[in-house]
Ligand binder design. Structure first.
Ligand code: FEO
Length: 405
């Protein structure tokens, strides 16, 4: 292999040796409009250590970047912080190339890697490390901390105390392919949006664990000069900024912002949505209309992360919710957003089940309903549109009050 990929220096002894996936547009149901990176890191300690690998098709890029610094066979240890395939798909093949003295994963990681790659004898040789265990690299060391369910049961993070350097695997990452490797080199609005999108679509259901993890890190007195995730840029300037954001998002406090997401057959539900939005705006509150013909489910989740109300509209089609709205509900329910108020609305022709079904979904998500669902038969009358406007205005007032309590 003669590919010209180079390692990128993070510190004097730690290099980025991952891969950039410019073409990725879907990550298990999450739209990744900016692509992604699969980050791996090479520690040039007395015991040379590779932290994580990359998605299988990018194995040659990883090996080429390592080869720009050292002979891959000089690597002593490999650490697998997370067994999802975007970080482990080429692990067995890399182990065959590198022939490390040892490869380490969490106890659960050993099990999940074996389940994924049962045919690879290299995988059977991976050693389990315990929570808090320290690996001696000679002139530095690595401490392993289990982060179960953040976001898989096998997940762990690795910390080098001598450099205050955290390998955080999926945590504090984002899906963003750029030519820059550091967060401070990328426009702040892109960093903000993509880190919000990542949290909302990957980590939101585990918010209670994030709060506990941050507290545990504080209790242990760990300090960070650099946080290096497995996706997106490395945090080197004020790395605690992303930790603070995680604490804020994990709290899921209500905010003065309303999301209206809906689909429409013949523009009746759309007209209702716009009337509701106007009522909300009449109270000076921020509102975002997210028609599902134009917005991906993962973009709706991103906006919902920083909202306090969720209003859902669906026409009735064949006695059911409109398919795109049903898709959104199933996706959102799994991500467990909390602390929302809202209501349902929609147009129908002769049966009108979609509004009741939407209300049932909102209740399952523990959304506090501010009023019964609003229905329009075929085309909303002026009276129905006034009701939409008024219910929107009332919801804005209730949300405003809730946010001040
Ligand atoms: Fe980036 Fe959970 O994998």
């Amino acid at each position: 292999m003669n590919e010209p990929f180079k390692a990128v220096k993070i510190t004097d002894t730690i290099y980025w040796v991952g891969a950039i996936d410019w073409s990725l547009r879907d990550f298990h149901g999450y739209s990744t409009s900016r692509g992604s990176t699969y980050n791996a890191y090479l520690i040039l300690a007395d015991k040379i250590t590779l932290v994580d690998t990359v998605k299988a098709p990018y194995k040659d890029e990883l090996i080429a970047r390592i080869s720009s610094l050292i002979n891959p066979e000089d690597i002593n240890y490999i650490i697998s912080n997370h067994s999802e395939m975007d970080h482990s798909g080429c692990l067995a093949e890399v182990m065959r190339i590198v022939k490390p003295e040892a490869t380490f994963a969490s106890a659960m990681g050993v099990k999940t890697l074996s389940a994924h790659f049962a045919e690879d004898k290299e995988i059977a040789a991976i050693k389990a490390v315990q929570n808090g265990e320290v690996l001696d690299l000679g002139n530095m060391s690595i401490t392993f901390l289990e982060t179960k369910m953040l976001h898989w049961p096998d997940s762990m993070i690795s910390y080098i105390p001598q450099q205050k350097f955290l390998f955080s695997q999926d945590a504090f990452g984002m899906h963003c392919a750029t030519s820059k490797r550091f967060a401070d080199e990328i426009p702040a609005d892109i960093i903000e949006y993509e880190s919000e999108k990542y949290y909302a679509n990957i980590l939101l259901p585990y918010s209670h664990l994030i709060a506990k993890l941050v507290q545990k890190i504080k209790d242990m007195g760990l300090e960070f000069d650099i946080i290096a995730p497995d996706h997106g840029p490395v945090w080197r300037k004020n790395p605690l900024q992303i930790v603070s954001k995680y604490v804020e998002w994990a709290e899921q406090k209500p905010r003065e912002k309303v999301i209206i997401s809906y689909d429409t057959m013949w523009k009746s539900t759309d007209l209702m949505a716009r009337s509701i939005a106007d009522g909300i705006m009449s109270k000076g509150m921020e509102v975002k209309l997210l028609p599902l013909s134009s917005f991906h489910r993962s973009d709706v989740m991103t906006e919902l992360l920083t909202a306090g109300a969720l209003i859902i509209g669906s026409p009735t089609m064949n006695n059911n919710l409109y398919p795109t709205v049903a898709d959104l509900f199933f996706y959102m329910k799994g991500l467990k957003p909390k602390n929302l108020i809202g209501f349902a609305f929609g147009a129908y022709g002769w049966s009108g089940e979609s509004i009741t079904q939407a209300e049932e979904f909102l209740k399952e998500m523990n959304v506090e309903l501010t009023n019964p669902g609003i229905k329009a038969k075929y085309v909303p009358t002026g009276e129905v549109l006034i009701e939409c406007y008024n219910r929107g205005a009332e919801l804005a007032e209730k949300l405003s009050l809730k946010c001040t309590q």
